[in-house]
Ligand binder design. Structure first.
Ligand SMILES: [Cu+2]
Length: 317
C-alpha cells in the first residue's frame, strides 16, 4: 500500500507509460516556450531600454515571412500533440475483444463490484495481471467517477446510463481506487483498493471468496422470477420479442426508427417499456422501475447477452 502523496502514481498498467510520456512531453514543450518568451521579454527590456541620447523605437508594419513562421511552427507543434493525444485516447477507449467483463455499481458512498464468475465485493477489486479487464459501470444515485491513478484511468459513473472503461494491469500489488467526482458528504470516504494478482493467486482468491452465481445465471433466474418468460417465450406468436440471437442487432421500432439491441436499450426497456416498442408488438409490458435494482438489471443484461452467444448455449446473431 502506498503511503504519503507520491509525485507520480505507480506505473501499473499498459496505459501508464504512453500517458506519462505524453504528459511529460506537454510539460517540456510548455517549459521551453515559457523560458523562451519570458527570456526574450526580460532580455529585450534590458537591451532596448531607454538610455540618454536614444532615438526611440522604429515601428515596422508587416513581415510576411515572420508571420508565416510564427503561424506554421505552433501549428506544427499542436498538430503533433493532437495526433499523439488521439492515438493514446483511442488506445484507452477501445477495449480488446478478449477483455473480461466486470460490473461496477456506484452509490453514495461505495463501489459494488461483481466478477464475471459471480463473486461480489465492495470497495475492493481483485484482478489478474496481464489480462484486459473491462468494467461496465452505472450509478444508483448521483454522478461518481471511477479512478485508479496507478493505471491512469478515470471515467464518470452516471445514473441512468452505462459507461465502460478498460485496463490491463502489468504489476502485482495494491493500488488506490478513488471516487473522483464530488458526490456528497462522504465523498472522501468513497475509496478502495485494486489488488492485482498473479493468475494462480487470483484463481485461489476466487475460490476462497463467497462464490455466487455468475451474473448470467442470476439473470436467468430473475428472468423467470419476474415472469419475463410469460411474454418473451421465444415462440411464434409470443407477446414479446424473442431475444435469441438479437444481441447487437438493429431492431425496427413501431415509430419507423431503429435501435441497437444493447445494454442501454435493454435497461431503458425494463424501466420504461413504452419508450421504444419493437414493431409488430403491442405496448403490454409493465414497468419494472422500483422492482429491480441496477445490479439486477446488469444480471438480466448478462443473461440476454448470453442468448446470442453460441459459447454460452445461445443462438448465432
Ligand atoms: Cu462518489
Amino acid at each position: 500500500m502506498q503511503t504519503g502523496i507520491p509525485l507520480f502514481p505507480e506505473n501499473a498498467s499498459t496505459f501508464a507509460t504512453p500517458v506519462d510520456t505524453l504528459y511529460v512531453a506537454l510539460v517540456l514543450v510548455s517549459i521551453v516556450f515559457m523560458v523562451l518568451i519570458a527570456g526574450l521579454v526580460i532580455g529585450f527590456a534590458i537591451r532596448y531600454r531607454t538610455r540618454p541620447g536614444s532615438e526611440g523605437a522604429k515601428q515596422i508594419h508587416g513581415a510576411t515571412s515572420l508571420e508565416l513562421l510564427w503561424t506554421a511552427v505552433p501549428l506544427g507543434i499542436v498538430m503533433v500533440i493532437f495526433v499523439w493525444g488521439t492515438k493514446v485516447w483511442f488506445q484507452i477507449s477501445r477495449p480488446p475483444a478478449q477483455a473480461e467483463q466486470y460490473y461496477v455499481t456506484g452509490k453514495q458512498w461505495m463501489w459494488k463490484i461483481q466478477h464475471p464468475t459471480g463473486q461480489r465485493e465492495i470497495n475492493m477489486l481483485h484482478v489478474p495481471i496481464n489480462q484486459p479487464i473491462q468494467l461496465r459501470m452505472i450509478s444508483e444515485d448521483v454522478i461518481h467517477s471511477f479512478y485508479i491513478p496507478a493505471f491512469r484511468v478515470k471515467r464518470d459513473v452516471l445514473p441512468g446510463r452505462y459507461s465502460t472503461m478498460w485496463f490491463e494491469a502489468t504489476k502485482a500489488g495494491t493500488y488506490h481506487l478513488f471516487c473522483a467526482e464530488y458526490c456528497g458528504t462522504k465523498h472522501s470516504q468513497m475509496i478502495g483498493s485494486v489488488i492485482v494478482m498473479e493468475p494462480a493467486d487470483y484463481e485461489r482468491w476466487l475460490s476462497g471468496a463467497v462464490a455466487g452465481e455468475s451474473p448470467r445465471d442470476q439473470g436467468e433466474k430473475l428472468f423467470a422470477a419476474l415472469r419475463c418468460d410469460t411474454c418473451h417465450t421465444g415462440l411464434q406468436g409470443a407477446r414479446g420479442p424473442d431475444f435469441k440471437g438479437l444481441w447487437g442487432q438493429k431492431v425496427q421500432l413501431s415509430d419507423g426508427s431503429s435501435v441497437t439491441f444493447d445494454e442501454d436499450y435493454v435497461r431503458e426497456s425494463i424501466l420504461i417499456p413504452t419508450a421504444k416498442t419493437v414493431v409488430g408488438f403491442q405496448q403490454l409490458m409493465p414497468t419494472y422501475a422500483g422492482q429491480v435494482g441496477e445490479d439486477q438489471i446488469l444480471s438480466l443484461i448478462a443473461y440476454l447477452k448470453s442468448l446470442s452467444d453460441p459459447a454460452q448455449g445461445g443462438a448465432k446473431p
